[in-house]
Design a protein around this ligand. Structure first.
Ligand code: DX5
Ligand code: ZN
Length: 227
């Protein structure tokens, strides 16, 4: 696939969501929708009814990042609603393999996210069950935080596992991804880049997406990309 850009609408104007999504149409591969439940993370954003409403209005595929408790129960409905990708947190799941299988069975790509403090080693054996692994580069919960460069070894470790296993797995980074940090992520092996404030606080969000894509592509090893 190569580099993919997934702007986070967390930094958009929530009173104008459909219009804000249109501002990146054609420049973004995905719309990253941060679902927060005030339990798994302290913040509260939006849930299934708003995702369902957005899906009727936007043409760009929707990438749901579920920062919620009990994804075993609540993740599959996002796939059933038509999200193209649904990512749950491993820390919140009782049975991560079953969640991933349920998401896939409902027709979406299955993603699994790990918080900065979560070691990836115990979960590497799950990668064949997944379409994407999200390495958080901030503590989940809020936009506009500082990028954690110390997560790059985790990205490299996942990329090594993808290569070793010849897996068709995308590696997403989320948090503090911006013009001054995206090259490090791409160099470490990420190929799907979430950016909230770097896109929606720019004067021209579509142009911000294009610039991020060009920076990431320049720093990526094209041989990593799945066919
Ligand atoms: C944080 C969210 C991110 C957030 C990123 O918990 O998962 O998607 O929107 O925002 P920036 O790019 O501003 O760090
Ligand atoms: Zn996110």
């Amino acid at each position: 696939m190569g580099v993919q850009i997934s702007p986070s609408i967390l930094s958009a104007d929530f009173a104008e969501l459909a219009a804000e999504c249109e501002r990146v149409a054609g420049a973004a591969d995905w719309l990253h929708v941060d679902v927060m439940d005030n339990h798994f993370v302290p913040n509260l954003t939006l849930g299934l009814p708003i995702v369902e409403a957005l899906l009727k209005r936007v043409s760009t595929p929707v990438d749901c990042h579920l920062m919620i408790d009990d994804p075993d129960r609540w993740a599959p409905p996002y796939a059933e609603a038509g999200a193209g990708s649904v990512t749950f947190h491993v820390e919140a799941a009782a049975n991560p393999v079953q969640v991933a299988r349920d998401i896939r069975a409902a027709g979406a790509r299955a993603g699994m996210a790990v918080k900065p403090g979560t070691d990836i080693e115990p979960w590497l054996h799950l990668l064949p069950e997944l379409d994407m692994l999200l390495v958080m580069t901030v503590e989940p919960g809020f936009g506009g935080q500082s990028f954690m460069a110390d997560m790059m070894p985790k990205v490299r470790r996942v990329r090594e596992a993808v290569k070793a296993g010849d897996l068709q797995l995308w590696i997403q980074v989320d948090g503090g991804v911006a013009p001054d940090t995206i090259e490090r992520c791409a160099d470490a092996g990420a190929d799907v880049f979430v950016a909230g404030s770097a896109v929606y606080r720019a004067d021209d969000p579509a142009e911000a997406c294009r610039r991020l894509r060009a920076s990431a592509a320049a720093a990526s090893d094209a041989s990593w990309w799945c066919a």
